[in-house]
Design a protein around this ligand. Structure first.
Ligand SMILES: Nc1ncnc2c1ncn2[C@@H]1O[C@H](COP(=O)(O)OP(=O)(O)OP(=O)(O)O)[C@@H](O)[C@H]1O
Ligand SMILES: [Mg+2]
Length: 285
């Protein structure tokens, strides 16, 4: 099971997230981004976060550490926003915590470079778990201390929404033409050669064992939570073997020129500026 901490203070909601995640402090003195069981997306989103987030970490990809967070909704009583109040009230018990990366900024494919080996590993991993949520519109990657980090694996493994069709669904190709790293010439063949042999039944079983029982109980068609855990292992194991041959990268291979603003790329002018100096267009500074 995931390490368990207790939420001690609700700090602030993260409005960028569709599921209204919040920044929450815990009794281990850590600060986490908390994803709530009471959110409209449902607890399967949290199962996907754990299985895919941990799997990526085991494969050496950068994903912030994950914990299970015990929430007593009473900690949100002072929260003025009714939507947040209701979310907290509906989420008593275990929720998901992801280590908060302070000072991180959203990944912009036009302002950052990613090597083709790393891009290949991320695209291959997203193909394995069928992540439909790492597009240039919504990258779900952060840059922290100069490195890209992967977040938000809630919209993966579409097959867990329809178990009877899971095997057929897991055999399907992966369209990466909208992937945020598609233009970095991802070397998916090299990534597959490196990563696919590591995705063993043992590794997947160990990762599935980390999901709290509370998010797995009473799944229609399954008698025990361990039976459901095994159902997560099978499609991923089957997919690891050959998914790289079924990845479409599309035509977006040329990267447009950087649109990083001038103040980021040009050397700074000495300060203070001399009075009367003119900008290049003749306007006063
Ligand atoms: N570990 C983290 N450290 C710092 N900021 C984070 C972290 N995780 C998420 N965020 C911030 O919160 C935002 C929302 O997070 P996330 O994408 O996981 O939520 P979501 O509700 O699943 O979002 P959506 O479904 O709208 O993509 C991110 O875009 C990012 O700005
Ligand atoms: Mg997101």
């Amino acid at each position: 099971m995931l390490e368990e901490v207790v939420a001690t203070r609700y700090v602030t909601p993260l409005r960028e997230g569709g599921s209204l995640p919040g920044i929450v402090e815990a009794d281990d003195l850590g600060t986490y981004v908390m994803k709530f069981t009471g959110a409209g997306q449902g607890r399967k989103t949290l199962v996907a976060e754990v299985i895919c987030g941990l799997l990526a970490r085991r494969l050496g990809l950068r994903v912030p550490e994950l914990v299970a967070m015990e929430l007593d909704p009473v900690i949100g009583l002072g929260e003025p926003d009714q939507e947040v109040q209701e979310l907290l009230k509906a989420s008593g018990g275990l929720n998901l915590g992801m280590d908060y990366l302070p000072g991180s900024i959203g990944f912009d494919p036009l302002a950052y470079e990613v090597g083709s080996a790393e891009a290949g590993r991320v695209v291959w991993f997203d193909a394995l778990v069928n992540n439909v949520d790492r597009s240039w519109r919504n990258p779900n990657m952060l840059v922290w201390h100069g490195d890209p980090w992967l977040i938000d694996h809630g919209a993966t493994m579409i097959w867990h929404h329809n178990w009877p069709g899971a095997e057929a669904s897991a055999a399907k190709p992966y369209d990466a033409s909208d992937h945020v790293l598609a233009s970095f010439r991802p070397d998916v063949a090299a990534a597959a050669a490196e990563l696919a042999p590591q995705v063993t039944e043992e590794l997947l079983t160990e990762v599935a064992a980390q999901v709290p029982d509370a998010w797995l109980v009473d799944e229609p068609g399954f008698v025990t939570t361990d039976e459901l855990r095994r159902a997560y292992v099978r499609p991923l194991l089957a997919r690891a073997a050959g998914v790289h041959e079924r990845i479409t990268l599309g035509k977006r291979t040329e990267r447009p020129a950087s649109r990083a603003p001038g103040w980021l790329t040009e050397p700074a002018r000495p300060w203070p500026h001399t009075a009367g100096e003119k900008n290049e267009d003749g306007s006063a500074r």
